[in-house]
Ligand binder design. Sequence first.
Ligand code: PXP
Length: 247
Amino acid sequence: MIRLFVNVDHVATLREARKTVEPDPLKAARLAEQAGADGITVHLREDRRHIQDQDVHRIQQGIRTPLNLEMAAVEEMVQLAINVKPYQVSLVPEKRQEITTEGGLDVISKKQSLGQIRQRLAPFHIRFSLFVDPDLEQLDAAKEIGADSIEINTGLYTELTDPEQVERELKKIQAAARHAKGLGLRVFAGHGLNNENVVSIAAIPEIEELNIGHNLVARSVYCGMEQAVRDMIRCIEKGVAQRTVSA
Ligand code: PXP
């Protein structure tokens, strides 16, 4: 079975719209856990547009599953990760003007600085993951700097509408997953996933972990976080079942 990490950033987005105390991302995280989530993900952005520093500490202390901390590769965030000691750090590129993470990290051109961050987190036994596009050379670079895992960016796959283009992008993700696993990296995926498009991703045999946020928070407005997570788990199971059939 694939581990589902639920990203609760957009619970905080709603709270920050009024700068009030509700909805509480920790409460949402606990509901997600009750419904079967295997972990919780938060992205502390440099502009603090949703998750705040205090949320990271409260969530780390208040959940019973592992915390995956998404962050930019900058000194401020490295210090915070060393203080919080999450189960895992996932490095992502971050631009101030973007609505959400756009594209994967350019690991090739930042090998030295990313490798240094890896070295600084290692003594604290924090797992180290890199968010990358399905590009084989980026995966080779991730392996070279000692990443434990890579998260394949499924963003483009989820945005395309032309079936041929979707199929082509899916094939790229499948090839990237195979390549990463062959390098000894653990393979995760995420971005833009929903109850429909998750099935083909969950069917990729190398994928162990998914990070899903926006769709779950959106659906929780209609049916509650627990139901949204349960429905997503069912869709993931559908994909995993396809895996066994074709294996
Ligand atoms: N993975 C990474 C690296 C992300 O930046 C995000 C968005 O915060 C996600 C997964 C989850 O994407 P979505 O909110 O579209 O499910």
